[in-house]
Design a protein around this ligand. Sequence first.
Ligand code: CP
Length: 302
Amino acid sequence: MLKQKDLLGLYELSAEEILSVLAEGAKLKAALRKGKKQFSDLAGKSVVTLFYENSTRTRCSFDLAAKNLGANVVNLGVATSSVQKGETLIDTGKTLDAQQNDYMILRHPVAGAPRLLAKTVKAHVINAGDGMNEHPTQALLDFLTMQERFGSIKGLTVAIMGDISHSRVAKSNLYGLKKLGAEVRLFAPSTLMPFGLDRMGAKICRTREEAVEGADVVMGLRIQLERQHAGAFPSLGEYAKYYGVNETVMKYAKKDAIVMHPAPVNRGVELTTALIDGEQSYIEDQIFSGLAVRMAVFKALA
Ligand code: CP
């Protein structure tokens, strides 16, 4: 289903490839909903996860997705591995390739690290988030949730609000949503808005209300405290007051609009707790979509 050996980003996938993964993801999600968890598509295959950054959702769902498909899975504990003795990513990759691993799932703080690994190893490499570049499976799971809720991505208006500058989720969503025919609006404090995303098809909004007006989807993004340079905004309290999404801001969206967030969420900062836990929230559904879509990605590369 995917032409490439690896899944490195949505920038390089066609609309047809994205839609084919979503179609398979929808079938798998329906099966999971009925309680079916055992498949044999990856029987006899080996999957290794390498996370050089922390993760809960992505790592667990790749692990579960591979096991559901019948693979053997090794989670390399980077903190207790030879990476701590100075082993390079290339040498780690060669080692894992020599052990006949079929898939390597990499999260790394440096943009481009999955591409370097993919050039080095025979295994399929899946990008689980590289620096401020891309997080393709997060965007695919977001699309699965949107598609299931609205029937199609084409024609949707998606407002993405928060720390756009540091967000690989925003970039993967932008690349994919534009290919699928959605309007993408971006809103952030000007200190957290990179230059050039308008040239990728995004509408850059100057106010929260402009971004949310008539939107079908309002997606909050985490303020990435670990990547912040001092002075991007005065305090988290001021961020919440002037840039966060709250119930008043949501009144500008369509009546049946949904609230999304890749999580983890800074509660009360980018979204209010009432929105996170409210009826419009699809955050838990996104996590469920993540399991199905990652199973679909394994199958698409097989
Ligand atoms: N959304 C996401 O990537 O979450 P984790 O960092 O927990 O994997």
